[in-house]
Design a protein around this ligand. Structure first.
Ligand code: ADP
Ligand code: MG
Length: 312
């Protein structure tokens, strides 16, 4: 869907992206992560030509991006940024409708699309459609920013720290929504963050950048289990390695399945992460808990020792 071939970019003679090669398949959720100044935003902006690359090639749908009109490219790639970039004197509805308006969609279709997106991002349309950005919380503004990026149903979503500057709870809620949207839509998403938790939670592939170069690209599990260098280990945080690995697996993957006699102990959910399960076990002061499925039926048991190694 998007392919970087030895791409480079310099500002004032200084390379900020260097020999960057990465092929992003349709439907992937790629997270670019790295310290501030490592070249993440520049890399993202080269994709929709907000910044022009000066070495190598960037292909979109098989064609060098310079073959596209920048406007055409931007209509096919939604772009959401931390500062939301909402127009302050426009209602939420008009802000979201921005690209569909440019594409001259009929008014009724635009209205329906705005309703659909507000519902998708859990902003009741009747309440929020006519509000102005300053009448929204930061989290609601960022939702509107995401809705606007999705409005014309682009093939690709480019997101630059879209949940930055949010409190942890709102941030996690929006991350869950992004995962849901990705699952439902199968869109190709490239997201920039400096938050390793966010990267490991969202990315089907995580790309760690340092000084404009790729240090390691792989699944969250590969980065955790086979870090390519000390820089990767440091970035992930050595102390939290075990907990981060637990966060990647669900209770269902390690529980001892089987019918359980109902008792009064509140159960774990089979879809909880093992990290959440560990936290619950410790908080309840117990070494085992029953596991319930979506219907509330008890379907197995999780022991503390199952967290250390699979009970197979
Ligand atoms: P990140 O998003 O990882 O924090 P950026 O891609 O924004 O990093 O920036 C990478 C480097 O390029 C930084 O050193 C930054 O100062 C520099 N840079 C970014 N944009 C410009 C620009 N328009 N002009 C000059 N230098 C820039
Ligand atoms: Mg940046």
């Amino acid at each position: 869907m998007i392919e970087f071939q030895q791409v480079g970019k310099s500002f004032h003679g200084q390379a900020v992206v260097d020999d960057f090669s990465l092929a992003i398949a349709p439907g992937e959720f790629v997270v670019l992560i790295g310290r501030s100044g490592s070249g993440k935003s520049t890399t993202l902006k080269m994709v929709n030509r907000l910044v022009e690359h000066d070495r190598g090639r960037i292909l979109f749908a098989g064609q060098e991006i310079r073959a596209f009109q920048p406007e055409d490219l931007r209509r096919r790639m939604g772009y959401a940024i931390q500062s939301t970039g909402l127009f302050p004197h426009w209602t939420v509805e008009r802000n979201i409708a921005c690209v569909p308006e440019l594409l001259k969609w009929p008014a009724a279709r635009i209205r329906d699309r705005v309703t659909e997106l507000l519902e998708l991002l859990q902003l009741p349309p009747d309440v929020y459609r006519r509000r102005y950005p300053h009448e929204l919380s930061g989290g609601q503004q960022q939702r509107v920013g995401v809705a606007r990026a999705l409005a014309a149903d682009p093939d690709v979503l480019l997101m630059d720290e879209p949940f930055g500057a949010l409190d942890p709870i709102t941030r996690e809620a929006l991350q869950l929504e992004m995962r849901r949207i990705h699952r439902l839509s199968g869109k190709t998403i490239v997201l920039v963050t400096h938050d390793i938790e966010e990267a490991l939670r969202l990315g089907s592939r995580v790309v760690l950048l340092d000084h404009g170069r790729i240090v390691q690209a792989g699944t969250p599990r590969q980065l955790l289990a086979e870090p390519a260098s000390d820089l990767v280990r440091d970035f992930i945080g050595r102390a939290d390695l075990g907990l981060r690995l637990l966060a990647l697996d669900t209770v269902a993957s390690r529980m001892r399945p089987g019918p359980i006699e109902p008792n009064n102990a509140p159960a774990l959910r089979d879809t909880d992460s093992l990290r959440e399960a560990l936290s619950t076990l410790i908080a309840r002061g117990t070494s085992q808990l029953p596991v319930a499925d979506a219907t509330g039926t008890l379907c197995g048991l999780l022991h503390l020792s199952d967290l250390v190694q699979p009970s197979a």
